[in-house]
Ligand binder design. Structure first.
Ligand code: NDP
Length: 497
C-alpha cells in the first residue's frame, strides 16, 4: 500500500469551478465578498489547497438577507408564482443536479474527502431526489375550513411561508444538505440565505447558479460561505431572518437556539448522535456485520446517524468482533477519486486529532483497541477501528466521535439491551438485527430515536422524516413533517352575516 496520495486528474468543469475567484452568490449572481476575505479550501486526502473560498462577513450576510427579503415581497416574481410553476422550478433544479452528477460527485470528493461511488450514488443522487420529491408539494400545501360556531362568520386557515430562512450546514454532506434544507424551504415559498461550511462551499455555490438557470428568481437563494462564528452568527442574529435551519454539532445547535430565542426565531436543529445498533443472537450475522460495518465506516464515520455503539448478544459477540476486525483490516484507504478506494480521509487535521484523542482515551480507560492497517501520511486519514471490552460509561460509548471508530458492547437480555441502548443524551437513529418479528416490534417501540432501522442501516428517503429525539435536535428534515418547519398557519375570518 502506498502511503502517499496524489490528486488524480479532474474534469475540466470541476477545475474551472475550483479556479474561480472567491465569491458569494447574491441576488442571482456571483460577486466578491464585501469582507474582502478568503480562505484556502483543502483536499482532505492530500492536505493540499484545491481552491480559495470567500469568507463572508456580517456585511455580506446583511446584503444577502436584504436580497432574500426583497425576493419575499408579496409582489415579487417568487411570491406571485403559482404553486404549479414553483414545483416545476424545483423539479428542474433536481434535473440540473443530475445533469452534472459526475462533476458534483468529483467536487464533493475534493471538498469533503468522500469516495466517488458514495458521493455519486448518495450525496448527489439524494440531493436531486429531495428536489424532485418536494417539487410535488407546492400544489398540495393546503389550509382547512374551520367549523365556525359564530353565525355569519366564515373561518379558514391558510399555510403561509415562514419568510426568510437562514440555512447553516455542515461539511459532512455539503450538497445533500442543500437538498434537505432548500427543497422544503422553497416548496413552502420561503426565500433562503445559505451559509455552507467554510470547509466545503463549492457545491452550494454551483447549485445556486444552476437554480437561477432553472428559473428560480434572483434573490430567492443566496449563498454566503463564511466562518460559523462570523457569518453563521450574523445570520442567526439578523432581525430580518425568520427561521434558522441548522445541521451540525449539538454544541453549536444549542448556541444557535439560545441566540435565536431572543427574537423568538423559529429553529430546526439536526444535531449529533451516538446511535445504538443491536445485533440479537438470531440475526443473519453476515448481513448484520456487513450493515453495521458499512454504517460506521462509510464516509469514515462522519455521519450524524453513524451506528457507533454496537450492542451484540454475548453468544455471538466474539464472532462479530472478529468479523468486524477483518473488515476494518481490509478497507483500502486512498484518494476518493481512485476507483479502488474504500476508506477516505477525515475532513481536516482538527477532526483527525479529535478522533485520535478519542481512540487513545478508549485505550487509557481500559478498552481493547483494534486499528486497521497503516493509512497514508498525506491528508487526514484515520484507520478503521474496532473498540471492544468497553463499558457503557466509557467516553467511547457516550460521546460522538465522528470517525471510523466502532465501540462494541456485549449484552445478555432484550430488556437490558433496550434500556442500555436508550441510555444516551442523543436519539438520532437506532437499529436492530433479528429474525424474530416480536423482538423487532418490541425494539422499534421502545427505542427513542428519530429513525429506527430493522435489518438494515443508513438509507434515507425524501419522503421519510429525518431528525432527532433529545439532544439530537428538534424539527425534521425531509418528508411532509419538514414542511411544517417552513410554514405558518394563518386563520382568516370573514364576517358575511
Ligand atoms: P459545527 O457544528 O461547528 O459546524 C456546523 C455549521 O455551523 C458550519 O457551517 C459552521 O460554520 C457553523 N457554525 C459554527 N459555529 C457557529 C455559530 N456560532 N453560529 C452559527 N453557525 C455556526 O461542526 P464542526 O464542523 O465544528 O464539527 C465538530 C463536531 O460536530 C464533529 O466532530 C461532529 O461531532 C459534529 N458534527 C455533527 C454533524 C451532524 O451531521 N450532526 C455535522 C458536522 C459536525 P464553519 O464550518 O464555517 O465553522
Amino acid at each position: 500500500m502506498t502511503l502517499t496520495v496524489e490528486t488524480p486528474s479532474i474534469s475540466a468543469a470541476v477545475a474551472e469551478r475550483l479556479a474561480r475567484a472567491p465569491h458569494v452568490f447574491l441576488a442571482g449572481h456571483a460577486e466578491a465578498p464585501l469582507s474582502g476575505e478568503s480562505r484556502p479550501v483543502l483536499d482532505p486526502a492530500t492536505g493540499r489547497a484545491i481552491g480559495t473560498a470567500a469568507c463572508g462577513g456580517a456585511a455580506d450576510i446583511d446584503r444577502a438577507v436584504a436580497a432574500a427579503t426583497r425576493a419575499f415581497d408579496p409582489a415579487s416574481p417568487w411570491r406571485t408564482m403559482t404553486p404549479l410553476e414553483r414545483g416545476k422550478v424545483l423539479h428542474r433544479i433536481g434535473d440540473a443536479i443530475l445533469a452534472r452528477a459526475d462533476e458534483f460527485a468529483e467536487l464533493e470528493v475534493l471538498d469533503a474527502g468522500k469516495v466517488r461511488g458514495a458521493a455519486r450514488g448518495i450525496d448527489v443522487d439524494f440531493a436531486a431526489r429531495a428536489f424532485h420529491y418536494f417539487a410535488g408539494w407546492p400544489t398540495k400545501i393546503v389550509g382547512s375550513t374551520v367549523p365556525s360556531s359564530h353565525p355569519g362568520i366564515h373561518i379558514r386557515t391558510e399555510k403561509d411561508p415562514v419568510g426568510v430562512v437562514g440555512a447553516i450546514t455542515a461539511w459532512n454532506f455539503p450538497l445533500l444538505l442543500c437538498g434537505w434544507k432548500l427543497a422544503p424551504a422553497l416548496a413552502s415559498g420561503c426565500t433562503v440565505v445559505l451559509k455552507p461550511s467554510e470547509e466545503t462551499p463549492h457545491s452550494a455555490l454551483w447549485l445556486a447558479e444552476l437554480a437561477v438557470e432553472a428559473g428560480l428568481p434572483p434573490g430567492v437563494l443566496n449563498v454566503v460561505p463564511g466562518l460559523g462564528g462570523v457569518a453563521g452568527q450574523a445570520l442567526v442574529d439578523h432581525p430580518d431572518v425568520d427561521k434558522i435551519t441548522f445541521t451540525g454539532s449539538t454544541a453549536v445547535g444549542k448556541r444557535i437556539a439560545r441566540r435565536a430565542a431572543d427574537q423568538v426565531k423559529r429553529v430546526t436543529l439536526e444535531l449529533g448522535g451516538k446511535s445504538a445498533n443491536i445485533i440479537f443472537a438470531d440475526a443473519d450475522l453476515e448481513a448484520a456485520v456487513a450493515g453495521s460495518a458499512g454504517g460506521i465506516f462509510w464516509h469514515s464515520g462522519q455521519t450524524c446517524s453513524a451506528p457507533s455503539r454496537l450492542f451484540v448478544h454475548r453468544s455471538v459477540h466474539d464472532e462479530v468482533v472478529a468479523r468486524l476486525r477483518a473488515i476494518a483490516d481490509g478497507l483500502r484507504p486512498g484518494h476518493g477519486l481512485d476507483a479502488d478506494t474504500e476508506l477516505g480521509p477525515l475532513v481536516n487535521a482538527a477532526q483527525r486529532e479529535r478522533v485520535e484523542g478519542h481512540v487513545r482515551l478508549a485505550g487509557e480507560q481500559g478498552a481493547t483497541v483494534h486499528m486497521g492497517p497503516e493509512v497514508p501520511r498525506d491528508g487526514y486519514f484515520h484507520p478503521a477501528t474496532v473498540i471492544s471490552d468497553a463499558s457503557d460509561d466509557m467516553t467511547c460509548a457516550r460521546e460522538e466521535i465522528f470517525g471510523p471508530v466502532l465501540t462494541v458492547l456485549p449484552f445478555d437480555d432484550t430488556d437490558e439491551v433496550l434500556r442500555r441502548a436508550d441510555d444516551s443524551e442523543y436519539g438520532l437513529a437506532a437499529g436492530v438485527w433479528t429474525r424474530n418479528v416480536n423482538t423487532a416490534h418490541r425494539a422499534t417501540k421502545a427505542l427513542r430515536a428519530g429513525t429506527v432501522y430493522v435489518n438494515g442501516w443508513g438509507l434515507t428517503d425524501p419522503a421519510a422524516p429525518f431528525g432527532g429525539f433529545r439532544q439530537s435536535g428538534y424539527g425534521r428534515d425531509l418528508g411532509p413533517d419538514s414542511l411544517e418547519g417552513y410554514l405558518e398557519t394563518k386563520s382568516v375570518w370573514t364576517f358575511y352575516g
